[in-house]
Design a protein around this ligand. Structure first.
Ligand SMILES: [Zn+2]
Length: 203
């Protein structure tokens, strides 16, 4: 009887914990980096307007993508630049991450593409492009990582999807990690063998 009671208590405890946490746990596949992989370097310039805390989050997003890409592509920050209109029109061999404002003309343009009552939180210059914009003033600190993961997905060639990281409108569950559908789409775009990449599954 005592054992039954303690089991019951344990069950209630687990249930309570899962109710308290709004996020489901995710796990990544464990494919190891293969030395035969072709490494393509993706150098990234980061807007000086981001503060140190944001740069830490940008590095966390890059690290998560590098884990998923498993050595085939290597994303890394190479420097920090002052971003103005001239910088945006300049040729960059790598990527540029920009801290956009609500009042920027590009932001206003993307806001017009949203459904009524919604506004853009981030955007890229193109699917498979090389410029990523975060409208930082519209984001809580805990939303920045997810928006970065999603927008990097676009730079790597992913379109919007019905569910998972590439779903069009932000939600904290779908935007927490790089799921199988997203990695499959990127494998096609980047011509990578999908079985050698990593992706997350939710418990
Ligand atoms: Zn998107």
């Amino acid at each position: 009887m005592k054992k039954l009671l303690s089991c019951l208590l344990a069950l209630i405890t687990v249930f309570a914990v899962s109710c308290v946490s709004p996020l489901r746990q995710y796990q990544y596949t464990l494919n190891q980096y293969n030395n035969d992989s072709v490494v393509r370097d993706v150098p990234i310039l980061v807007d000086l307007a981001f503060d140190n805390q944001d740069v830490i989050i940008i590095n966390a997003a890059i690290a998560q993508w590098n884990y998923a890409l498993n050595g085939w592509l290597h994303l890394h920050i190479v420097g920090y630049v002052f971003v103005d209109d001239a910088e945006l029109t300049k040729y960059h061999s790598g990527w540029l991450f920009v801290k956009a404002l609500s009042t920027d003309k590009l932001t206003i343009m993307h806001d017009k593409e949203q459904k009524p009552g919604y506004h853009a939180l981030g955007f890229v210059n193109d699917i498979g492009g090389n410029q990523l914009f975060i409208i930082r003033e519209r984001l809580d600190n805990e939303q920045v990582l997810g928006i970065l993961l999603h927008e990097i997905g676009h730079l790597l060639g992913a379109q919007h999807d019905e569910a998972g990281l590439m779903v069009q409108y932000y939600n904290e569950i779908d935007y927490q990690c790089i799921d199988e559908n997203t990695i499959k789409e990127i494998a096609v775009h980047e011509k990578l063998p999908v079985a050698t990449l990593n992706y997350c599954t939710l418990d």
